[in-house]
Design a protein around this ligand. Structure first.
Ligand code: GDP
Ligand code: IMO
Ligand code: MG
Length: 427
């Protein structure tokens, strides 16, 4: 495998968790590099279903060390809860299996309140529909140079004074709103306990990752969210607050780009989005409802129904270009099994003009009219296929067309949520 970055190529929830788990069979290390517990990565093993938010999806295979890199924003209370829940289900999560970067910025209780406050203050049509996990405010503090980092948990006195100072500052803002101010003593009590629990996991992971790279270990970087939620390239301002694209793997881990061998793009065979913002191929009709029901499209983090639509080749081609995708992992092909025909968006029409590149302006994406081509469905189950040749002919034609339109080869195909419902393809 060498050193690979895996990213979501759409609006998140492409099935990254499942593909990471499958690929981890052959890797020594899995590294999260951005985002936080806004992510919900599902791994299904036999009859067991796990949803991970901060712990890398490689945790189920003992051969891999899991690393939470410096680019991740970590809610210490949530990470503690996640580790404990995994342990209760007999998954080994010790400091031997999981490392947390000294440089991670921490999501504090006031960040969660600020996230909710900002959303409440936004007028209708402007609300982002965040996960309310405090992601944006924590990254804002990092950029404003007032954030608290994981290394501060190693010195309880220092952590306490930093927390109290920041919490008091935020309480002046919170008190001026309709929100209830933080009970600083009560919050500190919880944080002190959690800091003690997490301290053994905290280490300089830049050294860990670089050592592994120098020793030619196989490393897999686990992206969270997806291309169109990237703070630079996404449908701004309806985005998350980190770089979800390939380059984020380097800034979020401390590994030089010269080590990256290849990039895997996870791509659903159709499109979904959770939260607000433009979505040109969204289906607000029975077909959209049908996709949601067939694909069980409900958020893994917030449980919100995901918006569903046809495959968007305009957005996906641009995404493959920015991410430098070497190999696509196409997921949820089985969800399309019952359709008589399928549509693929090949161009947008904006103000009467047709284009095949994603506009940079959100206002243009909002009014873009999708231009479709139609392909016949296959109307037979694909969930038992274990090779490209075992797929119905129309499914093969559909996949080949996606690959051609987005300009990237297909390397993995997923036909169900389970580990074994996956096969490789040399497309
Ligand atoms: P992630 O955030 O990219 O890891 O994706 P999520 O876990 O949020 O959402 C993907 C959902 O689709 C999960 O419920 C997975 O179990 C499920 N899933 C993944 N691959 C497939 C597939 O090929 N077919 C079906 N039917 N479900 C899949
Ligand atoms: P995974 O890793 C899908 C969306 C939210 C919202 C926007 C900003 O499971 O693919 P935030 O809380 O990050 O400030 O919210 O981003 N969002 C996701 N959508 N999958 C995710 O993660 C997401 N993480 C954030 O719904 O629209
Ligand atoms: Mg998800």
């Amino acid at each position: 495998m060498a050193i690979s970055v895996l990213v979501g190529t759409q609006w998140g929830d492409e099935g990254k968790g499942k593909i990471i788990d499958v690929l981890t069979r052959d890797v020594d290390m899995v590294v999260r590099f951005q985002g936080g517990n806004n992510a919900g990565h599902t791994v299904e093993i036999g009859t067991e279903k796990f949803v991970l938010h901060l712990v890398p999806s490689g945790i189920f295979r003992n051969n891999a060390l899991c690393v939470i890199g410096n680019g991740v924003v970590v809610d210490p209370l949530e990470l503690t809860k996640e580790i404990k829940e995994l342990r209760e289900r007999d998954v080994e999560v010790s400091p031997k299996r999981l490392e947390l970067s000294t440089r991670c910025h921490l999501i504090m209780p006031y960040h969660r309140i600020m996230d909710a406050m900002h959303e409440q203050a936004r007028s209708e049509g402007k609300k982002i529909g965040t996960t309310k996990r405090g992601i944006g405010p924590a990254y804002a503090d990092k950029a404003s140079r007032i954030g608290i980092r994981a290394l501060e948990m190693l010195d309880p006195k220092r952590f306490e004074s930093r927390f109290r100072e920041q919490a008091e500052y935020y309480n002046t803002i919170i008190s001026a709103s309709a929100m209830e101010a933080l009970d600083i003593d009560a919050e500190w009590a919880k944080l002190a306990e959690t800091a003690e629990f997490l301290a053994p996991f905290v280490t300089d992971t830049v050294l860990t990752v670089n050592k592994a790279a120098r020793e030619n270990r196989n490393i897999l970087f686990e992206g969270a969210q997806g291309m169109w939620l990237d703070v630079d390239y996404g449908t701004y301002p309806f985005v998350t607050s980190s770089n979800t694209t390939t380059s984020g793997a380097c800034t979020g881990s401390g590994l030089s780009p010269k080590y990256i061998d290849d990039v895997v793009g996870v791509m659903k065979a159709y499109t979904t989005r959770v939260g607000a913002g433009p979505f040109p191929t969204e289906l607000l009709d029975d077909t959209g409802e049908f996709l949601r029901a067939e694909g069980h499209e409900f958020g893994a983090t917030t449980g919100r129904p995901r918006r569903c639509g046809w495959f968007d080749a305009v957005a996906s081609r641009y995404s493959c270009m920015v991410n430098g995708i070497d190999m696509l992992a196409i997921t949820k092909l089985d969800v399309l099994d019952k359709f008589e025909e399928l549509k693929i968006c090949t161009a947008y029409e904006v103000n009467g003009e047709r284009g095949t590149d994603m506009p940079s302006d959100n206002d243009e994406i909002t009014i873009a009219k999708p231009i479709y081509e139609t392909m016949p469905g296959w109307r037979s189950p694909t969930c038992d296929a274990r090779s490209f040749d075992e797929l119905p002919e129309n499914a093969r034609l559909y996949l080949n067309r996606l690959s051609e339109l987005v300009n990237a080869k297909i390397g993995i195909i997923s036909v169900g949520p389970n580990r074994d419902q996956t096969f490789t393809h040399n497309g």
